[in-house]
Ligand binder design. Sequence first.
Ligand code: UGA
Length: 337
Amino acid sequence: MALVGCGGFIGSHLLSAILERTQWRVFGVDLDSYRIQEHLSNDRFEFVCADLSEPSVVKRIAQYPVVVNLAAICTPSRYMAEAATVIRSNYDHPARLADACAKSGSWLIHFSTSEIYGKTSAESGLLDEDSTEITLGPVPASRWSYATAKLLTERYLFALENLCWTVVRPFNFVGPYMDFMPGVDGEGIPRVLANFSTALVRGETMKLVNGGLAKRSFTSVHDAVDFMFCLFRNGDQGIGQAFNIGNPDNELTIAELAGKMRSIYAGIKGVGVETVPQPVAVSGEEYYGKGYEDSLRRMPSVAKAERLLGFKAATPLEVVLKESLSWFVDHYQIAAE
Ligand code: UGA
C-alpha cells in the first residue's frame, strides 16, 4: 500500500501499527521523517522524501492497490497568512492524486477534516456525514480557506467517474507526536493540545481564544488507527462513503480543556495546581490575525462507522490527555529548560 503523509502525526502512528500488525509492504511519502526514523531501515518500508506537487511521485503512488492520503496543511494559524498554499495542498494535490487513482483503479482513502462542517454555532447538534447542511464564512475570512479546499476535494472525489474512494473526517485527533513545540521543531501556533502543552512546560499562560467557549470532541489517535484497520477489513462497506471519526463522549469547551490540562500537568510534576499559571482570555483576531473565525461546536454523529464498520472510539478524554501530556513533557523537557 502507499501512505502519503506517513511522517506526520496520524501517518506516523498508522505506519507503526501497519508494520507491527501486518506483513504488508508500505511505500511512504512525506517531506518530513523525524517521527518515523525507527522504520527507515525496515525492509517492508520504502520512504520517498517528496510531496504531491511532483507528478512522477503521484504516478508511483497510484500503482499501489490501496492509497491512504494524509498529507495536508492543517494548522489554523496558517489558514490566514498562507491561504493560497493551504488551498494548493488541500485541493490541487489530492485532486491530482485522485485523477491518478481513478486511472489506475486504486482504492483512495482520503483524510478530509471535521472542519468541512464549517462555521457551526454553539447550538449545532450532531454533525451527520450525509445530511448536515454546511455553512462556511465569507471569503475575506481566510479561516475558511482550508475547509473550502477540503470540501471541494470531497466533492471532486464524489463526482469523479471510476474512482474507488473513502473519505475520513477526523474530529480533533490527539496523542503523542501531535504538531510541534514552537521554536524547537516548528514555528507559529500549533493546534490547541500542543499549544497548551507548550505553555505548561514553559510555565507560561495558556491562551483561551475568545474566552475558550468553543467546544471540541477530542479523539485518541490510537482509536483513529483502530478505525483504519476496521476499514481495511471491511472495504466493501466503506467504499463510496464519508466517515466521521470522533468521540462525542469526549466533548468539552476549550476553557474546560485548559482546566483539565492544568491539573494533569500539576499531577505529572507532583506540584500543587495553584503553582501552575491560570489561563487568560485573548481575542481571536489578536491571537491569529485578521480573518480568524471559529466553529463553536463540533460534535460528530458516529452511527455510520458503527453500523457499516463496527467501529466506535473508546478512549476516554482523561486517558488520552494524560498520555499526550506525559509524552510532551518527556519529549520536550530538555528543550524547554
Ligand atoms: C483544526 C483544523 O483546522 C482541522 O483541520 C482539524 O480537523 C482539527 O484542528 C483537528 O485537529 O481535527 P480546530 O479544532 O479549530 O481545527 O483547531 P485548534 O487550533 O486545535 O483549535 C481548537 C479550539 O481551541 C479553537 O476554538 C481555537 O480558537 C482554540 N484555541 C487554540 C485556544 O483557545 N487557544 C490556543 O492556544 C489554541
